[in-house]
Design a protein around this ligand. Sequence first.
Ligand code: SF4
Length: 108
Amino acid sequence: MESLPDLTHPLPSLRTIILGTTGQDVRRCEHCAFCAETAGPDQDLSLESVVQLVLLNDEDVLTCRTVWSDRALASARHACARGLNMEEVLLALRGEARRRGLIPSANL
Ligand code: SF4
């Protein structure tokens, strides 16, 4: 028989985890698309889409190529017109992926 999930201790939302570990509140994103200018060929999502998935608490964001792209990480700190430090956001997502055992095989 399959065990039921422990609903007494649900995981905090990805937004809450990022806020708690970095102080960055992704709700400040105004969806201006400015950060799309930094997108490279190794990214499957724009940084704006990463933020959107975080706001939706969609765990798929933890394994997207953008989160694990070193090129995206290198340009993320100053990529946001609203001053969100997206480098810290990406690193927090990598950390949460490691905690959940969701590291893409290419990044092991
Ligand atoms: S630049 Fe910043 S505010 Fe604009 S869409 Fe990207 S993350 Fe959101």
